[in-house]
Design a protein around this ligand. Structure first.
Ligand code: GTP
Ligand code: MG
Length: 199
């Protein structure tokens, strides 16, 4: 049987803000989840945490508008550990007010560049679309900052077998940026993603 990843003993919402200065301080190592709007960032976090509704999700793009900090207590083979998990607003969402859109990039950039404790950023992509232009820009920005990244190709449950094979031939991780195929719907990739994140 495949291991399913660490046991999440406890997971809770800590706080939210629309600018770095107003966020609760990062007391633990943090993992952040970024990506296009509606790709399934918040759903993936719920899947990893084994909580159905802790992180707010929506079928309408633009569900997450602030930086949302969660905290999880994990039980691993190596012992207990508390981690911060951060849900970032999605990018590439056109139906926002101009001012809200303008504050978008800077809000996320500030967080990525200046958040103490930020350990790794998971760039979440829809497996049907692959790595888009904005995802590439985010990955480049993280490389420029020297921040470790990982790619989660989620919603794989929506791919046919042929589409899956084509996608796997097209996209691959690197030693620096691991890539995991995942689904919040079926739980696929949970152990692999946790392994990449806790490495
Ligand atoms: P924003 O907060 O708007 O940036 O979106 P998000 O990236 O957080 O996406 P969210 O998790 O809210 O999910 C968007 C929609 O996709 C919801 O209707 C989810 O139920 C659906 N969804 C997310 N992950 C999966 C998945 O792995 N498989 C399937 N079939 N649907 C998914
Ligand atoms: Mg969200």
């Amino acid at each position: 049987m495949k291991a399913s990843g660490p046991i999440v003993l406890d997971a809770r919402f800590v706080g939210a803000a629309d600018q770095l200065a107003d966020l609760p301080p990062s007391v633990h190592t943090e993992l952040a989840f970024g990506g296009r709007s509606n790709v399934g960032k918040s759903s993936l976090m719920n899947m990893l945490l084994g909580r159905r509704k802790l992180v707010r999700t929506s079928s309408t793009p633009g569900a997450t508008r602030t930086i949302n900090v969660f905290e999880a207590s994990l039980d691993q083979a190596a012992g207990r550990r508390v981690l911060g998990l951060v849900d970032l607003p999605g990018y590439g969402f056109a139906h926002r007010s101009k001012s809200e859109r303008a504050s978008w990039g800077p809000m996320i950039e500030q967080y990525l560049a200046h958040r103490p404790g930020l350990r790794r950023v998971v760039v979440v992509c829809d497996a049907r679309r692959g790595i888009g232009e904005e995802d590439g820009e985010l990955l480049e920005y993280l490389a420029h900052l020297g921040k470790p990244a990982a790619i989660a190709m989620t919603k794989v449950d929506k791919l046919s077998r042929a589409e899956r094979q084509r996608a796997e031939r097209t996209w691959a991780g690197t030693p620096d940026v691991p890539l995991v195929w995942a689904s919040a719907e079926t739980g696929e990739g949970r152990a692999a993603l946790w392994a990449a994140l806790l490495a």
